[in-house]
Design a protein around this ligand. Structure first.
Ligand code: DAH
Length: 339
């Protein structure tokens, strides 16, 4: 009996050592320690053992059970740990993760606008704003645009039933700013503008402009040229040439169109008309003063310049877009190229 128990114990301990994983260990545990296992059947055999040998045999049986139980208990955590290590070994932690949410990006037009704003910020310009729904006075009258000017035509401008309109340019913000703040003024105003244009490859009914206005004592045409030359050179990069061509705008005198020739645009072989600008017309100051009820914008004391350009056209030339509508269709196959 005692020899049999010795044999059983060493067999059980060998089974513990041999178990390669948690299920094998559990199978061995059932075989030796289970309710119908080897040790349980020894308990039954005890009845056949002569009375005087029973205490020694019982003691040995308990010792064997404790030793085997201890061996199983000790082996279990090690095997569980190994299972985890094996699972982890199959994982390459240096691989990139699976993206659950793709990272988005700003719209190419927004990226361009942000770049433009950053350049003007370095030149000390502040951001200004005005409403998209405007009145005729801010959009035309105060900007010295006479009642018979073609831009005021119902074919060109979206009028609301109450006589207000969707601003046809961001130049309205010039007036909004001067109405509410005395000189000096040094602002840019990015924003939407609206025209009743037939939508095609080069026209949208809603588009974006960036307006600029500087008014102070002693501001000259030279300041305007220097500022815009610097701006477009920064925007388009090295080798950019800027030229000013005389033009007409009702709200500036003299007025110019700015052309840019740069390696960044279509190989840089031709001049591209890109911006309107000029020295603020005294008639604009007069309109603002009348509304303000003071003489803060006295054309004998202050002078200034204004400029405005369209962002879509700039984006089209910079990015080489064949169709302006790509900028508003929100096709991710297009937008994904500008992350
Ligand atoms: N408002 C003009 C347009 O919509 C652009 C422009 C021209 C703005 C000359 C100006 C300027 O501030 O001085 O085409």
């Amino acid at each position: 009996m005692l020899a049999e128990l010795d044999l059983l114990q060493s067999e059980a301990l060998a089974a513990v050592t041999a178990a390669a994983d948690a299920p094998a260990l559990e199978a061995a545990r059932v075989k030796y320690l289970g309710r119908q296992g080897a040790l349980a059947s020894f308990g039954e055999k005890m009845r056949a053992v002569p009375k005087e040998e029973r205490p020694a045999a019982g003691k040995r049986l308990n010792e064997a059970r404790s030793a085997i139980t201890a061996a199983f208990d000790a082996a279990a955590p090690a095997l569980a740990g190994r299972a985890e290590a094996d699972a982890l070994a199959a994982v390459d932690v240096t691989l990139p993760g699976t993206p659950m949410l793709p990272v988005g990006a700003l719209h190419p037009l927004t990226q361009l606008q942000d770049r433009a704003v950053q350049i003007f910020r370095r030149l000390g310009f502040a951001l200004a704003d005005g409403p998209d729904v405007e009145d005729e006075w801010h959009c035309f009258d105060a900007l010295n645009t006479p009642p018979d000017h073609p831009a005021r035509n119902e074919q060109d401008t979206f009028y609301l039933p109450d006589g207000r309109l969707l601003r046809t340019h961001t130049s309205t913000v010039q007036i909004r700013v001067m109405e509410t703040q005395p000189p000096p003024v040094r602002v840019i105003a990015p924003g939407a503008a609206y025209r009743r244009d037939e939508v095609d490859a080069t026209h949208l009914a809603q588009f974006n402009q960036m307006e600029g206005l500087v008014v102070d004592q002693g501001v000259t045409l030279g300041d305007m040229k220097g500022t815009l030359e610097f701006f477009f050179s920064e925007l388009f990069g090295p080798g950019t040439a800027v030229r000013f061509r005389p033009h007409f705008f009702p709200f500036t005198e003299p007025s110019f169109e700015v052309d840019v020739k740069t390696p960044a645009l279509r190989g840089g072989e031709r001049w591209l008309e890109i911006c309107g600008c000029g020295m603020v017309d005294p008639a604009v100051y007069a309109a603002v003063n009348a509304r303000r009820g003071d003489g803060a914008y006295d054309a004998e004391v202050v002078s200034g310049y204004a400029f405005g350009f369209g962002l879509e056209r700039l984006a089209m030339t910079l990015l080489g877009l064949p169709d302006i509508r790509l900028l508003v269709e929100n096709d991710v196959r297009f937008l994904e190229q500008f992350r």
